[in-house]
Design a protein around this ligand. Structure first.
Ligand SMILES: NC(=O)c1ccc[n+]([C@@H]2O[C@H](COP(=O)([O-])OP(=O)(O)OC[C@H]3O[C@@H](n4cnc5c(N)ncnc54)[C@H](OP(=O)(O)O)[C@@H]3O)[C@@H](O)[C@H]2O)c1
Length: 306
């Protein structure tokens, strides 16, 4: 039986399952089955995005699972080409149509970067006004909540500095911030700041992203072997122990099930993992700042203010 029943509470008091299935790089032809397997194994939270180009299949997987929509927590993300306020509802509607749903549980601004244009090859054209001040995009997202198209809205890849600016303008506080959080990018300062400000964090790339490179870490392996667990279970359970929603991706049925089995980490295990992470500092795997020509994407992480 799956043991990962844990949930966290959003500021709205609505519960969000602590572990969700990631779907980035889950190829068409694989992701439909992966979503069905996950839901049948006990997952109730699916993390999607318009930009992953697979929401149609994710929606089919949801239908195949036979689950009641009310049981699920479905997240998707507004892509950078839809930041202009008149395009925000269009972006969400495309996602809903792809997924075959009439509302989301959570809609995130995928990046704090607005594209005026995204050519098939080469650098996108940045809309600097909406990148420097995304509050008009956020106001359009707030309307989606009023219209019942999504229950919550949030952000992704926002530094503390960018969030502080947005909070000054926002009528609805972002429910979550989804960030790269893993052994090489544990971001303890951001974890503390987010806790203090009532914004729940979600950890993407919890295994180190493509190929799960962090599973071979010696500290992780030794904690896993002490518990008779796998390294993936240790890394996932560590984030839950830190109070963070975690979004492991897999299209492999056995791994999907494995990732949903929690490990009861001791305080000493958590301390060892925190110390191991401190040796790495902040080493991002997912960093489009150069490819997009946005050099200050991560500059203002706010750590200096803490
Ligand atoms: N907001 C954002 O900007 C953003 C950015 C990146 C990711 N995300 C979200 O976060 C999710 C997770 O991040 P991610 O996809 O980058 O990486 P991840 O979950 O850290 O790692 C995925 C990789 O690990 C492998 N894997 C999974 N479970 C495993 C296990 N138990 N043993 C061995 N290998 C395992 C997967 O292989 P197989 O699939 O082949 O099994 C895949 O290669 C994404 O799918 C997406 O939903 C969001």
């Amino acid at each position: 039986m799956p043991t990962f029943k844990k949930t966290f509470e959003l500021a709205s008091k609505i519960k969000i399952p602590a572990v969700g299935l990631g779907t980035w790089q889950s190829e068409p032809g694989q992701v439909r089955e992966a979503v069905k397997v996950a839901i049948q194994a006990g997952y109730r939270h699916i993390d999607c995005a318009w930009a992953y180009r697979n929401e149609g299949e994710v929606g089919q997987g949801i239908k195949d699972s036979g689950i009641d929509r009310k049981e699920l927590f479905v997240t998707s993300k507004l892509w950078n080409t839809f930041h202009s306020p008149d395009k925000v509802a269009v972006g969400l509607q495309e996602t809903l149509d792809n997924l075959g749903l009439d509302h989301l549980d959570l809609y995130l601004m995928h990046w704090p970067v607005a594209f005026a244009n995204q050519p098939k090859k080469g650098k996108p054209e940045i809309d600097w006004d909406l990148t420097n001040d995304p509050s008009p995009t956020w106001a359009a997202m707030e309307k989606l909540v009023e219209q019942g198209k999504t229950k919550h809205i949030g952000v992704s890849n926002f530094t503390i500095g960018r969030l502080e600016k947005l909070l000054k303008q926002a009528k609805i506080k972002p429910a979550v911030n989804q960030l790269e959080i893993n052994l090489m990018c544990a971001q303890p300062d951001v974890v503390q700041w987010s806790r203090d400000h009532g914004i729940l964090l979600e950890a993407y790339s919890p295994l180190g992203s493509t190929g799960a490179p962090q599973l071979t870490d010696e500290v992780v392996k030794s904690i896993a072997s002490a518990h008779g667990a796998t390294p993936a279970q240790v890394l996932i359970s560590w984030q839950v122990a830190r109070g963070i929603v975690v979004l492991p991706k897999s299209v492999t049925p056995q791994r999907i099930k494995e990732n949903f089995e929690s490990v009861e980490l001791t305080a000493d295990d958590v301390d060892r993992l925190n110390k191991r992470a401190a040796e790495f500092g902040t080493k991002r795997t997912v960093d489009p700042s150069k490819a997009w020509g946005v050099p200050d994407l991560w500059k203002d992480d706010g750590a200096a203010k803490l």
